[in-house]
Design a protein around this ligand. Structure first.
Ligand SMILES: [Zn+2]
Length: 434
């Protein structure tokens, strides 16, 4: 009769440890939720606007439905359940590899990108005002706290890719006025400004050194002046290095992982992480860890623990005060186990707690680290606005400036006062003589 007794004991023991583990997990989850109720979790990349635009012929008509179950990973009830404190809503339009458009060797072929970017911003603005009980616009860290304390989800604006800027620093400055808080220097395509790491496979080089163009150098200076965070996700290693060296303000990766853990060009390599910090030759910055399985590890099989591995790896390299969280929700076709939608944010926080992260370290990873960077970027902007004027640089390949046809083209020689007409004609002559 010994055998059944032994089995019974082992079964009881097994049951005991399962219960213990469950109690621990519950405890970490409870602590996670408590922390998320006193410090906002700021997710730096959510693509919800593209879902609205993809589903509705009249996108504004879709916004009311965000109050209930909405397709994709995110809607207001699920963000609330997941205790999301704030989000950067993404202004984006797809690159040429998706649209099939040809930008031309000089990036001069007309596209709809600039219009589409403005429409995405319009969707975000209308979403925030329609759901003012749940969402509150924020640009600064003070705004984030104000929204959070008012019980709202802080709503910030990020812009992904410079192919949507119409090659124009003037357009950038207007986007700054409209509240864009970070600019990803590329998406999956090169632009007139910067070189991209491509859609997973490298794309033929467009700029010298596979890095920034001359205008891209001006762009980084202008982002610093405007107080827009320089986001290096999606860029080549060479773009990252050049931008880090150039930027007078801290830099960010709004959604990326660690390349040493999973060798994908979207992840940050050690040689670049080595440039982030407060030592000599280093720059401050944060890497916000992404949930997109393709960048995390083998699929299927990637789970919340793998995402935490990326966060911990990056933290070990550059400090726990330089990491954060970025889902890429609504911008990916796969999800990792345990982070399937916006209800699941507490799982990643609980996972870090189970690995011994202190409450203060967690507060940093939730949003404190990023808000420190936002404050530093704002301080640099305030200084630079006193020190220099906006950049007057234009894309050097442009052929439309000065606009010598605007007042005198065709049969409609009516929009120029006579002295302007004379000056333009003199310019024509000079040009012909050349
Ligand atoms: Zn992205």
């Amino acid at each position: 009769m010994r055998l059944p007794i032994l089995l019974g004991f082992q079964a009881a023991l097994a049951l005991f440890s399962v219960t213990e583990a469950r109690n621990d997990a519950d405890e970490f989850l409870e602590r996670a939720i408590k922390l998320m109720e006193d410090t906002p979790l700021l997710d730096t990349h959510i693509d919800l606007p593209q879902i609205v635009r993809s589903l509705y012929r009249k996108p504004l008509d879709g916004l009311a439905k965000l109050n209930s179950t909405f397709p994709g990973h995110v809607d207001i009830p699920r963000m609330r359940e997941g205790r999301l404190g704030g989000a950067f809503w993404t202004v984006w339009a797809p690159c040429y590899d998706v649209t099939g458009d040809d930008p031309g060797a000089d990036f001069l072929n007309p596209t709809d990108h600039l219009r589409d970017a403005l429409e995405m911003l319009d969707i975000i603005q209308n979403m925030i005002s329609l759901h003012s009980n749940d969402l509150q616009y924020a640009r600064s860290s003070d705004d984030v706290w104000a929204a959070f304390r008012a019980g709202k989800i802080a709503s910030l604006i990020g812009m992904e890719g410079t192919h949507i800027l119409g090659n124009s620093l003037g357009a950038l400055r207007i986007f700054a006025q409209l509240g864009v808080r970070y600019l990803t220097l590329t998406h999956t395509c090169h632009s007139a400004f910067a070189s991209s790491c491509g859609p997973g496979t490298p794309v033929p080089q467009a700029h010298e050194g596979n890095a920034l163009s001359e205008l891209g150098v001006e762009l980084v200076r202008e982002l610093n002046r405007e107080g827009i965070m320089v986001d290096l996700a999606h860029t080549t290693i060479e773009t990252m290095k050049q931008a880090i060296a150039l930027s007078e303000a801290p830099v960010v990766w709004t959604h990326a992982g660690a390349r040493a853990l999973w060798d994908h060009p979207r992840n940050v390599p050690d040689e670049v992480l080595a440039l982030i910090g407060d030592g000599p030759g280093q720059k401050d910055g944060v890497v916000q860890s992404i949930f997109f399985p393709t960048f995390i590890g083998p699929y299927p099989g990637s789970n919340v623990s793998h995402v935490a591995d990326h966060i911990e790896y990056i933290a070990a390299k550059i400090g726990k005060n330089r990491v954060g969280i970025a889902s890429d929700f609504d911008g990916m076709y796969l999800t990792v186990d345990g982070l399937e939608d916006a209800t699941k944010y507490p799982n990643i926080v609980a996972e870090l707690l189970s690995r011994g992260w202190t409450d203060d370290e967690i507060r940093g990873a939730l949003g404190g680290n990023l808000m420190r960077i936002m404050d530093a970027v704002d301080a640099v902007s305030a200084r630079l606005k006193k020190e220099r004027l906006p950049s007057s640089a234009i894309w050097e390949k442009r052929t439309d400036l000065p606009s010598t046809k605007w007042g005198g083209g065709g049969q409609h020689n009516v929009y120029w006062p006579p002295d302007v007409k004379a000056a333009v004609e003199k310019m024509y002559i000079r040009h012909d003589e050349l």
